[in-house]
Write a protein that binds this ligand. Structure first.
Ligand code: NDP
Ligand code: MG
Length: 385
């Protein structure tokens, strides 16, 4: 593989650290790293990778780091400065592993400078898919999906023409509460929610995997990444997380991508694309697994049904869903609301929102803000019941 120059945004997170591990093992040069405030980990990453730039979006954390680094790494302070710098940095690939809606502006910055964007931040496509796609076209940029399912679909789509695709089969582990009814979910604890059966991920996405909101977001992500309508995406529960997703063609032949569940694979695939090289992940021994597939239970996992409605409606609704969910998950993680309250909050915020078509990024950020505030305002009502 050609020695590539990589930028890794969200380098201290679950995906970011795994992407850095891939860069390390495959000998890529890491020229830019960025995080919000975890300067302790950033410092050890600076010492190891010696990047040209380090961006810290929390200003007081950035000021603390300033005293610790030598002159070989340039410090970029603040969110806007990070977004601007990423567009101007000379690199072959930008990994966006920032969490939440804060991933949107770095995505736009990378795309508007015509870069290859390895996208883990699914919120970018959920909030602004049509806008991001228009910018990709305009600036001749490339997006390589790093979300494992979308990386799988991307690979499976190489086996036929777009007009031959019948359906995308998006797999989901089902999370720790597979088989539970809605009533059983009422009293599940935070601790049990954090026990994901197959993946080890950041806290927020672990909760989303338990409610299936993550799969809802991924439906919307897939619609925009692959330009497929809502009704051509089918979710299948696959407990083992070995089949990362599939594409069914019009001749009823189904192409699947399989690998052990390890986020370093989608990272490696993006880094080496269009080539492949010896793996950083372990070999898949299929004799060790029985692969199963089930329909999702949308009566129990209402966050999936809600996401489907938003996917169908389009416009601003996916943004509102995401914002309400981010706020609700935050309250759940602070043990301020219960598991099913996540759904109740999102349902309420969405039903209070009137549909609007997408106009621009300012509109999206405004809806994001208002929906979040509205979600937080339900906390008292829920806890006083
Ligand atoms: P984490 O919470 O583990 O990490 C988030 C990273 O983003 C951290 O490095 C954090 O820095 C950084 N960050 C947060 N806010 C900002 C900001 N405003 N500016 C710059 N950096 C910021 O999240 P994950 O790694 O779990 O997820 C990252 C993204 O990837 C999400 O969109 C998620 O949906 C997606 N994804 C994750 C998967 C996984 O396996 N975890 C799988 C598929 C997709 P700091 O540490 O300083 O706070
Ligand atoms: Mg995924």
């Amino acid at each position: 593989m050609m020695k590539k120059k990589a930028a890794v945004l969200g380098s201290t997170g679950s995906v970011g650290t795994q992407v850095l591990d891939v860069c390390d093992r495959l000998g890529a040069e890491v020229v830019f790293i960025a995080a919000h405030s975890n300067i302790e980990l950033l410092l050890s990453q600076i010492n190891k990778f010696k990047p040209i730039y380090v961006a810290v979006t929390d200003i007081s954390a950035a000021e603390k780091l300033e005293n610790e680094i030598d002159g070989n790494t340039r410090l970029i302070k603040g969110y806007d400065a990070m977004c601007e710098a990423i567009g101007q940095t000379d690199c072959d690939i930008v990994f966006n592993a920032v969490s939440g809606k804060n991933g949107l502006l770095p995505t736009l910055s990378a795309v508007r400078s015509g870069k290859t964007l390895a996208l883990a931040n699914k919120e970018s496509m959920v909030l602004a898919g049509p806008i991001v796609n228009a910018e990709v076209k305009k600036h001749n940029a490339t997006i390589l999906p790093v979300d494992s399912e979308h990386c799988a679909i991307f690979q499976c789509l190489k086996n036929g023409r777009k007009d031959e695709v019948k359906r995308i089969l998006l797999t989901a582990s089902g999370g720790p509460f597979f088989g539970y009814t809605y009533d059983m979910l009422e009293n599940v604890s935070l601790e049990d929610t954090m026990k994901h059966p197959t993946w080890n991920m950041g806290k927020k996405i672990t909760v989303d995997s338990a409610t299936l909101a993550n799969k809802g977001l991924e439906i919307i992500e897939a619609m925009h990444l692959f330009d497929v309508p809502f009704d051509k995406i089918k979710v299948l529960i696959h407990r083992q997380s070995i089949v990362h997703s599939m594409v069914e063609y019009n001749d009823n032949s189904v192409i699947a991508q399989l690998a052990v569940p390890d986020m370093r694979h989608p990272g490696q695939y993006a880094l080496t694309y269009p080539d492949r090289c010896e793996g950083v992940i372990s070999e898949l021994d299929l004799t060790k697994y029985t692969l199963t597939f089930n329909e999702p239970d949308t009566d129990a996992f209402k966050m999936l049904s809600l996401a489907k409605e938003c996917a169908k409606a389009g416009g601003i609704m996916p943004c509102v869903y995401n914002a309400a969910n981010e706020a609700a998950v935050d309250m759940f993680l602070h043990e301020q609301i219960g598991f099913n309250d996540i759904y109740r909050v999102c349902e309420k915020v969405l039903s209070d929102t009137k549909y609007q078509p997408l106009y621009d990024i300012e509109q999206i950020l405004e809806y994001d803000k208002v929906s979040r505030e509205s979600a937080y305002s339900y906390k008292e009502k829920l806890t006083s019941k």
